[in-house]
Each structure stands twice: as C-alpha cells, then as structure tokens.
Design a protein. Structure first.
Length: 99
C-alpha cells in the first residue's frame, strides 16, 4: 500500500500543477471552463485517494499521528505532495534494504 500512496502523492501533486497552470488559464484566459471541471474532478479524486491511503498506511506502516497529520496538513499546500512522495520513496527504499 505504501507504493500506491507514493504514486497517488505524486499524481496529486501533478494534478495540482495541471489544474493551476493549465486548466485555470484555459478557463480564465480562453473562456474554456470545461478544463477546470475535468481537471478539478481528477484532482478531487486524487485528494480523496491520498487521504484514504494515508489512513491505510498509518495502520500498515505504524506511522505516528504526528507524521500522518504532517502529511495531511502539508498536502493542502499546492505541490508539497512532491516532497511527501519523495519522503515516502525513502521509506520504500529503507524497507527494500531490510529485505
């Protein structure tokens, strides 16, 4: 589940970038609101998946509440999920070394 969380964190960050820097300019500069509607829905689904997987990983990985709350709060800040993904990738690499 940790790898799934890592991937969702990455895609959630990418979707934020696409929403802010592609879809919103299309809506406001080119009067194309469908871009925000589509990208906003995709981003929303990824945020929900992020939270669900965060809760699952808390239990499976025995993460502290401090780590979970930190990830959750930081995920609200645009593109910080890139850092979360990188941090989780380190956890995955540490687990792989342990065997």
């Amino acid at each position: 589940m940790l790898k799934a969380f890592q991937k969702v964190a990455l895609w959630e960050a990418i979707s934020t970038v696409l929403l802010f820097f592609v879809a919103m300019p299309l809506k406001y500069l080119f009067d194309y609101p469908l871009a925000v509607k589509v990208m906003g829905n995709i981003h929303g689904i990824l945020v929900i998946a992020f939270v669900v997987l965060l809760i699952i990983c808390k239990k499976e990985q025995q993460w502290s509440w401090r780590k979970v709350i930190t990830y959750f709060v930081l995920s609200v800040i645009p593109v910080v999920s890139f850092w979360i993904e990188k941090d989780v990738r380190k956890d995955i690499e540490r687990q792989a070394l342990k065997g």
